[in-house]
Design a protein around this ligand. Structure first.
Ligand code: XBP
Ligand code: MG
Length: 253
């Protein structure tokens, strides 16, 4: 079936948001609430095993803080902390904090010029996505994506396939007409589970993940004069990740 739409993960795929974005915003929220929780770079790598900020905080308390006795209204506290974290995170983006990864804007522009449909499938909060698109991509970039599937819209977060399935339902497209972009094992379990061929661009947190089933695994999308490193698969003779390479991965058996 002909390729009709590209579906992008956000965190780690469009931009390296985790280490210098989400992690920092979580810590700012913890300080604001007088908690002695501090997520350093290494610990945050372990916490990324769980997707979703609220879920991640609960996992931290359960698995790393046996000394902490949660209050009776712990669920409410987590919701409040997460609201504060989202505020810190979107403030950071507004201040121009987090650039897109190499080749992301180029590829999205090429896809738009070719008339492909675009969507987002992510576990992060919707405000975070629109802020990243606006401040790191273009003022009106949120309008370039016909579906932004994000956050609690779907209860079962990645690695469950539900968020991708929901995005495709909204577009009225089958998986065979779409192609996905991911950076993590939880992400690719989700996209492959939804039946999508998927390209992986790795980052420092995800480089040792298991990406079996990926169409290819590369360091980044690449740019003119800055070819990506190929970890597995092939670029089908293209200099970097472009629509020709994506069409070839999409057509492959
Ligand atoms: C992203 C996530 C998110 C972010 C934090 O995973 O797991 O939870 O880390 O955002 P993926 P929130 O890239 O696979 O979508 O705090 O808004 O959840
Ligand atoms: Mg990701």
């Amino acid at each position: 079936m002909q390729l009709q739409a590209l579906i992008f993960d956000v965190d780690g795929t469009l931009a390296d948001t985790e280490r210098d974005g989400h992690r920092v915003a979580f810590n700012a929220a913890f300080r604001e609430y007088g908690l002695d929780w501090e997520w350093d770079v290494a610990l945050y790598g372990q916490l990324l095993a769980v997707t979703g900020g609220k879920e991640r905080m609960k996992y931290y308390v359960e698995s790393f803080r046996p000394d902490y006795t949660p209050p009776a209204d712990f669920n409410d506290l987590v919701v409040e902390l997460h609201r504060a974290k989202t505020r810190h995170y979107t403030d950071m983006l507004q201040q121009g904090g987090i650039p897109l990864r190499p080749g992301v804007k180029r590829l999205i522009q090429e896809a738009r010029d070719a008339g492909l449909r675009l969507a987002i499938a992510t576990t992060t909060t919707p405000e975070n996505v629109t802020a990243l698109l606006k401040y790191s991509m273009a003022d009106d970039a949120a309008d370039w994506f016909e579906v932004i599937a994000a956050g609690d819209i779907i209860p079962a977060k990645k690695p469950a396939p539900d968020i991708y399935v929901w995005a495709m339902q909204q577009m009225g497209l089958p998986a065979e007409a779409c192609f996905a972009f991911e950076d993590s094992e939880n992400g690719i379990r989700s996209s492959l589970g939804a039946g999508l061929k998927t390209l992986v661009t790795i980052n420092d947190y995800t480089q040792n993940h298991d990406f079996s089933g990926a169409a290819a695994v590369v360091s980044d999308m690449g740019e003119t004069g800055a070819a990506p490193q190929i970890i597995s698969g092939s670029l089908h003779g293209e200099p970097y990740v472009n629509l020709a390479a994506i069409r070839a991965w999409h057509a492959a058996q």
